[in-house]
Design a protein around this ligand. Sequence first.
Ligand code: 7RM
Length: 651
Amino acid sequence: MAQAKVKADVPIEALLKEKRKFPPSKAFVKSAVMNRKTIYAEAQRNYVKFWEQRARELHWFKPWKKALEWRPPYAKWFVGGKLNVSYNCLDRHVEGPRKTRAALIWEGEPGDSRVLTYWDLYREVNRFAAALKRHGVRKGDRVTIYMPMVPELPIAMLACTRIGAAHSVIFGGFSPEAVRERIHDAESTLVITADGGYRRGGTVPLKKNTDEALRGAPGVKTVIVLKRTGEPVEMQSGRDIWWDDFVKDAGARCPAEPMDSEDLLYLLYTSGSTGKPKGIIHTTGGYLTGVTATHKWIFDLHDDDVYWCTADIGWVTGHSYIVYGPLANGATTVMYEGTPDYPDKDRFWRIVEKYGVTICYTAPTAIRTFMKWGEEYPKRCDLSSLRLLGSVGEPINPEAWVWYWKVIGGGRCPVVDTWWQTETGHILITPLPGLTTLKPGSATLPFPGVDAEVLDEKGNPAKSGYLVLRKPWPGMLRGIWGDPDRFVKQYWSKYDNIYFTGDGAKRDEDGYFWLLGRVDDVMNVSGHRVSTMEVESALVDHKSVAEAAVIGKMHDIKGQAIAAFVTVKSGVDGSPQLMDELKGHVAKKIGALARPDDIIFSAELPKTRSGKIMRRLLRDIAEGRALGDTTTLADPAVVASLKSKYEEQEA
Ligand code: 7RM
């Protein structure tokens, strides 16, 4: 990974020439949650004290003894403190005026809808937590959740946190094999799923997938199944139980377990630069402090806001900014089950209008899709309730930023471009909308108390290089589940005691950060992380494939699309049928999100004399550029023939 170079060909020059600036309006500044200019300097003087002040906004059963214990690469925050996440998200709100406020506004894809007040959510979580506890789930156990975007998903998560069990939520789009791998790695004995979920007018067979995943996972003793679609499923007696039966005789109350600040809160699997997904470890006190503070300040959360994050809870964005941040802040959070084009391409804007959404947080890939669909869809709806917009998941190109600002935000709403990772737990580089002058395409500046920097290969601050974090922050990952060596190697080996993000970045004359994308073997497809090696191992797993090299190539909507260069075994014909079969094979092994757009059959792959595949050249080919330096190739003729083959195929 150390060899990876920041992409020099990204149109960053165009970005840096992007001179439009958007200072906050006077009216916005006046009522902003955070409008104190001195906050950055204050936090910088003593970042530990700064985070302590944020942590005091939460409810602690027992105060911490020490705010930070930093033994690189391991940090402990709020050492000795005791708290409970579900208590902070529910109990303290039902004890006050928020009791009957809408906590969750949920919209199902078919058009059904539910509104749960804080009191409703509190009751549901208590009962499910009591049922889990009665069933024998203990503090520290890992519970796997593989569900559609329905209220029972956050209910299950909060119930786990209530009794001190850790959840491992798996995105509903993952394949049975991917689910099996994650269950196995986390050593879960209990899985929560549903018969299915709705998506783009069809259904996703989650229970069927679970059954398939559990073949070869004998450790799982219990499967709780929520009825959502009503389609027939097989229930294995002694193992499977319907959600309603599971909670039927459970107690109405289940006290929130006082957890140590550093107790495990959840695992979330994400792709790294090898084939095996990493179980990112998040703990309790620091994580909740980080998500709560960032959610409140960055989204300028007021009591009358209706906040909608369009992500799936299966990704970290959903964990931190649909569930934990908003609920800890006592906000009203909107959750939508389906896709933006069902039944028509105006669905998101219908939802904004229907619920009077004031804050909308989505991804650049979605914004570019809306741009392509055209203004007619948002124009059908009244979007005047919106007052703040957010973006996350990948770099947002200035054109998409300005479109979002103008067409969706009506030129009134600040756009906050927020940079962070599964590993960071919460947003780290971002505007504060009451303070920051926005520049389209830039995530602007580190959140107060966050020490981000761009370093060159040698570790010196640079205008262009690798994005790093020099000081610990409360929501940082505490490791990779079961693999401490990989944790050190992945994040802490490039520079001494400095966290390496794996992203390239530039700084401009105002010190603003411009993110350039990954510098390792991780692709970012529609804001989802997929590793090149994961896809390669899925390909070589197919009986016809001898070797495969996978790259992310630039794509107008998805940011990156997957292209696979494949060498077939001798006697096998690289036919169009095989191409389709291989795409299907990858989708089956990992999930549809990893299905390659292009498969290019090649007798050989471009390799160095030491046998390393030169992905840089494959990217040049796939993106139609002149080939870069080919002098280290073992056989330069290979790329030339590949290039002409690729061009032929594209034509
Ligand atoms: C929240 C999330 C993390 C990777 C990260 C970046 C990219 C995310 C932005 C961004 C530019 C942004 N977690 N990324 N946000 N790049 N600007 N505002 O996406 O673990 O799934 O992905 O996503 O490369 O390292 S993630």
